[in-house]
Design a protein around this ligand. Sequence first.
Ligand code: ATP
Length: 258
Amino acid sequence: MSLLTVEGLTKKFGGLTAVNDVSFAVDEGRICSVIGPNGAGKSTLFKLISSFLSPSAGRVMFDGKKVSGLKPHIVARMGIVRTFQETTVFKEMTAFENVVIAHQLGLNAGPFGIFLGTRTAHEDGLRIRDSAAEILDYLGLGRVKDELAVNLPHGYLRALGIAIAMAARPRLLLLDEPFAGMNPEETDRAVEMVDGIRKRGITVLLVEHDMRAVMRISDWIVVLNFGSKIAEGDPESIRADDAVIAAYLGEDDEELGH
Ligand SMILES: Nc1ncnc2c1ncn2[C@@H]1O[C@H](COP(=O)(O)OP(=O)(O)OP(=O)(O)O)[C@@H](O)[C@H]1O
């Protein structure tokens, strides 16, 4: 069954149509990538799905419920979680402390409970520490969990951003260019990490420029150009799609992983 359905989604900024009548669906437990040349509307589509923007027309449905028009924090509680930019990582705290703090979003006892040291807060505290350690482990950050974030190399800092998002218990994780600026070794590790997230039953939607990584990791690819969907399909069919090849003409030959 589709977890996410995008129906006739349109976003206009003044005279410019950034996203134009886009429809697609993402099945539960799959990895779907949105690709397209610069300015194609990928970031705008992401903001519409996470409800940081409201559509001019169309709607986003998540698990059968309408998401468009709801506040972003409500949508996050429903299970659509975006990765946090590196700037929202607390650099002077350890990786572990960062994920523990992120967990407090989902606390039963709430901030006052923690303050008063109630039993629920104590139990939550233990549960959170276990869960934070587990997330760091399966994202390959177990080794560096006690390092200060400020000392982590770029690839690990990115992974920490994903660990922080995982602490919010997403059902759908939105990854904005997870492989950007990574060297091949970091990309390999990140691809494995995203695959590990999917293996835990979490659906992943990502926007990415690194075509080699996209082709390796995606079950399904949606291609945008000038705001419109020009193709969707599995990696093999997208690689061979004439409209997609034409859209990328003039861009770097490497782009489609040929
Ligand atoms: N807040 C805004 N106000 C006006 N125009 C905007 C706004 N946000 C995006 N746009 C325009 O909408 C179009 C789509 O932009 P968007 O950032 O969604 O594309 P993109 O595919 O993510 O691009 P890139 O790959 O370069 O990040 C662009 O022409 C952009 O200039």
